[in-house]
Design a protein around this ligand. Structure first.
Ligand code: F6P
Length: 328
């Protein structure tokens, strides 16, 4: 069993609201348990460049309400190489660090798992932090709730102007490989159609649906397109529809990175705090190569390998079914 004395915490990949409450929980839980804590700047890049600093309870004061991450984040290609990992390992060992909390998404966990297999004397615990909500072993990832609320607020505003002008809007939301935001936002805003990477939608069916909507006296229509949808991108889809659907003036909006910013929701503050607290306690209990998650409102541990298993990850089937039916 790993008995730990000093841990490092980092955030990696795309930032997500809730990362700061999580960092705060990690730092304070560790110190409460007489562990030393080191913050790593810019994720794995900071491990390689030795950009780390000692943290104390006051290092994380007044950050609960902040979006982004006080530790900064990055997508680090060098950490994918053996040389990069070795440098990171040596830097950690030189500081006497024997445990690592990594807060991030699938790319972060892939790096963490490889690193941990290569250097098992450093215990590793993952915290799911991504707005994409696409990991196994947790119903919610950090940031998903806030991002979805941000998207809903934006789409509600677009609906007002769409309705005023009898327009059809195509709105692209984030999710390179995940339709989680698109699906929830679509149901929450009454989108007429939702295009997702996980489910094929023929453009001819989309066109038929929009024509039916008009026949059924819909004054405006909203189509949400997840970034990772396989139909060629939101502009291309809008063009193809424009040729067939003549009764609407068509507009395209890409919500972009505004979806990732902003103060975390109550849900994400609590989730970040719970997951950070649980991650440190799991490391103290001798766990490694795991992810802390929330299932049925209970903290659970899942192996990093399983958390990354996309075969097991599914969008909720009732939401998929409901989305079509409620938008008639
Ligand atoms: O964090 C995940 C994610 O938001 C994806 O949905 C999106 O495709 C990607 O990050 C964008 O990342 P970047 O900021 O590197 O463009």
């Amino acid at each position: 069993m790993h008995k730990i004395s000093k841990l490092a915490v980092l955030t990696s990949g795309g930032d997500a609201p809730g990362m700061n409450p999580c960092i705060r929980a990690v730092v304070r839980t560790a110190i409460y348990n007489n562990l030393e804590v080191v913050g790593v700047r810019q994720g794995y890049k900071g491990l390689i460049e030795n950009d780390m600093y000692d943290m104390a309870p006051r290092s994380v004061s007044n950050i609960l309400s902040l979006g982004g991450t006080i530790l900064k984040t990055a997508r680090c290609l060098e950490f994918r190489t053996d040389e990069g990992m070795e440098t990171a390992y040596k830097n950690l060992k030189a500081k006497g660090i024997d445990a690592l909390v990594v807060i991030g998404g699938d790319g972060t966990f892939t790096g963490a798992l490889r690193f941990s297999r290569k250097y098992p004397d450093i215990a590793v615990m993952g915290v799911p932090g991504t707005i994409d909500n696409d990991l196994c072993g947790t119903t919610y990832t950090l940031g998903f709730d806030t991002a979805t609320n941000t998207v809903i607020e934006a789409i509600d505003k677009i609906r007002d102007t769409a309705d005023a002008h009898d327009r059809l809007f195509f709105i692209e939301v984030m999710g390179r490989d995940s339709g989680a935001i698109a699906l929830r936002a679509g149901i929450s805003c009454g989108a007429e159609a939702i295009l997702l990477p996980e489910k094929e939608t023929a453009i001819s069916d989309l066109i038929d649906g929009l024509k039916n909507g008009h026949t059924n006296k819909k004054s405006s229509s909203i189509v949400i397109v997840a970034e990772g949808d396989k139909n060629g991108g939101v502009y291309d889809i809008a063009k193809r529809v424009e040729h067939e659907v003549k009764h609407y003036d068509i507009k395209v909006t890409i919500l972009g990175h505004l979806q990732r910013g902003g103060s975390p929701s109550s849900f994400d503050r609590i989730l970040g705090s719970r997951l950070g607290f649980a991650a440190v306690n799991a490391l103290i209990a001798g766990e490694t190569q795991k992810m802390v998650g929330l299932e049925a409102n209970h903290i659970v541990l899942t192996s990093l390998e399983k958390a990354l298993n996309q075969q097991e990850f599914r969008l909720e089937s009732d939401l998929l079914l409901m989305a079509d039916i409620l938008s008639i």
